[in-house]
Each structure stands twice: as C-alpha cells, then as structure tokens.
Design a protein around this ligand. Structure first.
Ligand code: GDP
Ligand code: MG
Length: 289
C-alpha cells in the first residue's frame, strides 16, 4: 500500500481548496469540523484500495491572513517536515517568477511536484512554457498541468503523487477516521516535547500512544502512554522526583490546548516495553501495523 503525507502549497487563489475537493470527491467529510480550523493542517485523508494519501496545507506560510501561532507552527513543524511530498500549486496565469521565489523560500525538505492550475483558461503554448519554466527549478521533481475546476488531469496528478509515496500501512483506519487526526497530532506534540527536553537516544527509544481522548463539558481529558524500552529510560523520562515528566506534561498540555482550543487535562504514564520496536504484538497495539 502507498501511504504518505502530502502538503499543498500555493498562493491565495491558486486553487488549493478546489484541488482538494477535486481529489477528495465525496470524501472530504471525513475530516471533522474541529480539525478544519486554520490552525490545523490536515485537510483530507484519501483512502482507497492500494493507497492512503493524507493531504494537508500550510496556511501560515503563504497566506499571511492565516498567520499561525508561533507555538502552533512549532507543534506541527515535525509533520510538515515529515511530508513525503509537496504539491506547489500555481495559477498558470499568475506571475511565475514570483511563485518561484516563494517556493524557493520554503526550503523544502521533501520532493515537490509543481502543479499548474487553471489550464482551462490558458493557451496550450502558455501551459507548456510554464511547465518548462518550473521543470528547470531545483525543487521541482515533476510538473503536472491540471484544471482543478474542470477536474481535468487530476487523476494523472494523483498517479504522479503516488509515485512519490513510500509503501507502508495506513495511518488512519475505519470508523475512527474523524478522531484520529486530532489524536495523531496530540501524540506528535508530546513526542516533540520529548525531543526538546531529553537528550541523546531517549527520543528515538520512546514512542507515544494516546490511549484516551475524551471531551468533557469544561475540558478535554487526554491520557497518553510514553513507551520506552528500559527501566533506565523510564527513570530519565520521569526525572528526579518526577520533575522532568511534569515539565513535559505542562509544555505538551499548553500546545495541545492551543491546538484544540480547549482546556486540557493531560495524564502521562511511562511504560517499559522491552524491545517494543521488534515486537509484533506491541507494534500492533501501538498502531504501527
Ligand atoms: P485557494 O485560495 O488556493 O484555496 O483557491 P480556491 O480553490 O478557493 O480557488 C480560487 C478561485 O479560483 C475560485 O474562484 C475557483 O473557482 C477558481 N479556480 C480554482 N481552480 C480553477 C481552475 O482550474 N480553473 C478556473 N478557471 N478557475 C479555478
Ligand atoms: Mg482555500
């Protein structure tokens, strides 16, 4: 199965929303209203036999009116950097040079497809010229010309996307689709704090599993396990008298509160699971399979 995260970049009006609608079809509804805020980046999860593509966008980078909280940006930064592919969307009638400058300034870590949109409004010769212009840019691995509005060539774009995605197991499954993005990001935020607070190999030896995510009337209750491989690592995560895990909890809670826009009660537990990375049952339990 092809599975991966795809970020969509583009100036306002380039056609990002129209493209997402074209790609997602009826499936856009699977993203819950709560995660549709400008802070949240997951826009749609397209699951079919053979692939799962998780689309997100980056309002903070290109659309100043949606300027993200700095903290928020930090919290989602890891997933941005983890994107397997970027779609750089350009209105073919727009100024190519200016778009090129923006794309350059993103310093993308992932490969990118430049998508020329609104080809229904442009002469073929102009579209071809635009494709040649962008094809020569260092960040551009491929160019695809589409009309998001007319859904023309969008299937070819999806095929091109799939070429760049790694194989793997789906991140999101079945009935839980609506909740999972939030849960997933909550786990990522806790993981990010582990990276910030602990040195050496600890972050690489630990994983986070969000066990409970319950919306109460005044707050959201979240219980998460931090899984490590050895007792010594547990000791480091906890810190003297539990000092470090309290710090971890406080910092993660603040980010999660900013993220979901509600007060959060966060409970963290550290569990030792020797060799969890090698153990099929554990991997399954922790959502890796
Ligand atoms: P966003 O700001 O990047 O999300 O752009 P939108 O998806 O909201 O689109 C901006 C405008 O461009 C809307 O009026 C769309 O209908 C229009 N648009 C998007 N894609 C196309 C296209 O392929 N052809 C034409 N003619 N118009 C398009
Ligand atoms: Mg839009």
């Amino acid at each position: 199965m092809k599975v991966g995260f795809v970020s969509i970049f583009g100036k306002p009006n380039a056609g990002k929303s129209t493209l997402l609608n074209a790609l997602m079809g009826e499936k856009l509804a699977i993203v819950s209203p709560k995660v549709q805020t400008t802070r949240h980046r997951i826009k749609g999860i397209l699951t079919e036999a053979g692939y799962q593509v998780i689309f997100s966008d980056t309002p903070g980078i290109i659309e100043p009116k949606y300027k993200l909280h700095e903290r928020m940006m930090q919290a989602v930064k890891s997933s941005l950097e983890d994107a397997d592919l970027a779609l750089l969307l350009v209105d073919v009638q727009d100024n190519w040079e200016e778009n090129d400058q923006i794309f350059n300034s993103l310093h993308l870590g992932s490969p990118a497809i430049v998508v020329l949109n609104k080809t229904d409004r442009a002469a073929n010769s102009k579209v071809e010229e635009a494709m040649a212009f962008f094809a020569s840019k260092p960040y551009c691995k491929k160019t695809v010309a589409i009309s998001a509005l007319k859904k023309s060539n969008t299937r070819a774009l999806l095929d091109a996307v799939l070429e760049f995605l790694p194989g793997g197991e789906p991140f999101f499954e079945g009935e839980d689709l609506t909740d999972l993005p939030t849960k997933f990001f909550v786990g990522e935020m806790i993981r990010e704090k582990i990276f910030l607070l602990y040195g050496d190999e600890i972050p690489y030896q630990a994983t986070v599993l969000v066990q409970e995510f319950k919306e109460k009337t005044t707050l959201t209750k979240i219980r998460a396990d931090i899984i490590v491989q050895r007792e010594t690592q547990k000791g480091i995560i906890l810190g003297e008298g539990g000092k470090m895990i309290r710090k971890l909890g406080t910092e993660a809670r603040k980010d999660i509160e900013a993220f979901i826009g509600r007060q959060v009660f966060l409970e963290l537990f550290v569990k030792v699971r020797p060799k969890w990375r090698d153990n099929d049952t554990f991997l399954k339990e922790y959502g890796y399979q």
